[in-house]
Design a protein around this ligand. Structure first.
Ligand code: ADP
Ligand code: ZN
Length: 609
């Protein structure tokens, strides 16, 4: 008998484990300390929730955010699992109810804040409460190297000694070696099994485009996702307010979110997004921590973020349900300059390290190799040599110019002519045959390469120079960034290589092409040939109403995975409904009839069974 598999099916309605889930669950069953590192959407919560059900007693979960705790507890309860939280927002009556449940040993999961968890009296109380195992969620908060350091997390170290006979399990989506080592060390984990999943997010489709007309480009993307949830990131508050106002005026359901707004407004807008009364949030990086919304279908960066880490974090909020989602980055060279001036002005930005990270980000934008590969390798994980099928480069959306080799060699000729004396701008002037005084006075109008690219405008040529730098054909040397050839440049010069050179106007977003199948490689691939999008919209409406009635976010009722699967299978009775991914027994009993009725009505209306 497969107890964990049965629990997965009965309570969550899933047929298969995601990668490393079973191994992670086994650690809890074996009472063996563990650190589990899985990407966002990797299914971390189930790794401790399922074994909590399989074991006697109550698992205690330390979680840093009240809003996340509430969502998790709501989600567990709708799945028919006895769970509770203890936090400062509860009144005496609620608290008594929780304590009573603990006394009666009826709880399977208890969520607590780190502050509460380290109170001596609370620890003593828990020692007598039949704890099955301890979980530290978002465990990177313990590390200075992580992005959300929380001093209270440091105090969790005492738990290892306070509960010597109980295993501890840490979970995080932050992969760096520093953070991992810190977690094991700071929590005092004993001989911990460290499970690290792949950080590739195959269901995210990454695209990078030059920003030419932000509003037009953004609209095109949104229009390819009618009625779906999306986030648009901007650098500055003014950009947020400006773009949001324009979108609203054009009839889109968009709300702003940035640190300049007061707490209450921010909370209200975040809730509107979670509850799906608004489709779009236009935000600065301040938005994100604490949104537990799994069906964000696109993330647009209206400008380049300041590091690949930020980019990954922010795009990571798309497609947590592992259904496909679009991540589109619209950038311009001006973003780079803006960030550089911000970093240079602001010591606390970390100076050289921050500048290096910024350059890495710029390189990511300019380079023309697989985005999935670049991202995964940036974080130190190997990526197989194959087309990812989900980025602009692999999908062939980027059209390199047919004359790229010729242009490349012309540029190299000028660099050689100028022999380590000029940077990109000056080289561009020579190539485009500028009559500027400085060119003429140095007689550079007599160089063989002078005017070689005078059929093109200077901005394009300047761009191509940067593209050659990014692709490693040229390098910038010394204090003045003078250009020199690399060994790769020499082979280009011999005609042995061809660079990829693109025009400023990138091809239009092709976001509306036929959807890829849900990209999870193992299982879960929904057969979209029978997918009925109109039914999907009907079911979303039923979900929204049910959620409002119960005062929970819609995803607590059913995720998009379940609604999508229902819109393919069109179940007409409870037995068929139970086959749907993400429909467990409890939800089938609680909401099944309403959804079945909606499906039946829709199918009758559509004239097909
Ligand atoms: P994380 O915390 O790692 O970001 P979650 O625990 O929120 O991920 O899970 C992400 C989504 O995947 C949720 O919608 C969850 O219900 C779903 N999920 C988890 N495990 C499975 C599974 N075995 N099969 C299908 N979906 C799963
Ligand atoms: Zn790719």
């Amino acid at each position: 008998m497969d107890l964990l598999g049965d629990i997965l099916k009965q309570y969550w309605g899933y047929d298969r484990f995601l990668p490393l889930q079973r191994e992670a669950m086994q650690c809890a069953l074996d009472r063996h300390d563990s650190l589990v590192v899985l990407p966002t959407g990797g299914g971390k919560s189930l790794c401790f929730q399922a074994p909590a059900l399989a074991m006697d007693g109550m698992a205690v979960v330390v979680s840093p955010l009240l809003s996340l705790m509430k969502d998790q507890v709501d989600a567990l309860r709708t799945n028919g699992i006895s769970a509770a939280k203890i936090d400062s927002t509860m009144n005496a009556r609620e608290r008594t109810a929780v304590h009573q449940a603990i006394q009666e040993r009826s709880l399977k999961l208890l969520y607590v804040s780190p502050e509460r968890m380290v109170q001596p009296a609370f620890i003593e109380y828990l020692k007598k409460a039949g704890v099955s195992f301890l979980v530290v969620d978002e465990a990177h908060c313990i590390s200075h190297w992580g992005h959300d350091f929380r001093p209270e997390y440091r105090l969790l170290k005492q738990l290892r000694e306070a509960f010597p006979g109980i295993s501890m399990h840490a979970f995080t989506a932050t992969a760096t070696g520093h953070v991992r080592a810190d977690i094991v060390q700071e929590l005092g984990l004993r001989d911990a099994s460290v499970l690290i999943g792949s950080f590739d997010r195959p269901n995210l489709r990454y695209r990078v485009q030059k920003r030419t007309d932000l509003f037009r480009q953004v609209r095109e993307i949104i229009d390819a996702h009618p009625g779906e949830s999306g986030i648009i990131y901007c650098i500055r508050r003014d950009d947020v307010d400006g773009l949001c106002a324009k979108l609203t005026q054009a009839g889109y359901k968009a709300l702003p979110y940035h640190a300049g707004m007061d707490e209450a407004d921010r909370k209200k807008n975040q809730e509107a997004f979670t509850n799906e009364t608004t489709d779009i949030v236009v935000a600065t990086v301040a938005f994100g921590m604490g949104i537990d919304k799994s069906n964000v279908r696109y993330v647009i960066h209206g400008a380049m973020p300041k590091s690949v880490e930020h980019y990954q974090q922010e795009t990571g909020r798309a497609g947590r349900d592992r259904l496909e989602a679009d991540c589109i980055l619209l950038y311009s060279y001006a973003d780079f300059q803006l960030w550089r001036s911000i970093i240079e002005k602001n010591e606390s930005e970390g100076g050289d390290v921050a500048l290096n990270k910024l350059e890495d980000m710029a390189r990511y934008c300019d380079q023309l190799s697989c985005r999935h590969k670049s991202l995964v390798e940036y974080f130190g994980e190997p990526f197989p040599e194959r087309s990812c099928g989900a980025c602009d480069v692999c999908l062939g959306d980027i059209d390199s110019r047919a004359d790229a080799q010729q242009i490349g060699r012309s540029i190299l000729a000028a660099v050689l002519d100028l022999d380590h004396m000029a940077g990109p701008s000056y080289t561009t002037l020579v190539l485009t045959g500028s009559r500027e005084e400085r060119i003429l006075s140095k007689k550079h109008n007599h160089l063989p390469s002078y005017g070689l690219l005078d059929a093109h405008d200077a901005r394009s040529v300047r761009d191509w120079v940067e593209q050659l730098v990014r692709q490693g054909y040229l390098e910038k040397l010394g204090e003045y960034n003078v250009l020199g050839l690399t060994s790769k440049g020499l082979s280009l010069n011999r005609g042995e290589e061809t660079p990829l050179l693109t025009d400023r106007e990138s091809p239009r977003a092709r976001v509306s092409e036929p959807r890829r199948k849900a990209a999870s490689k193992k299982g879960q691939s929904v057969d979209l040939s029978t997918f009925d999008p109109a039914l999907f919209q009907v079911l979303r409406q039923v979900r929204r109403e049910k959620a409002a009635e119960l005062g929970v976010p819609p995803f607590v009722i059913f995720g998009d995975v379940a609604l999508r699967d229902m819109s393919c299978r069109k179940p007409l009775d409870r037995a068929a409904l139970l086959d749907v991914q993400g429909v467990g027994q409890k939800k089938c009993d609680a909401f099944g009839d309403e959804f079945l009725e909606a499906i039946q009505l829709h199918c009758e209306g559509a004239g097909s069974p």
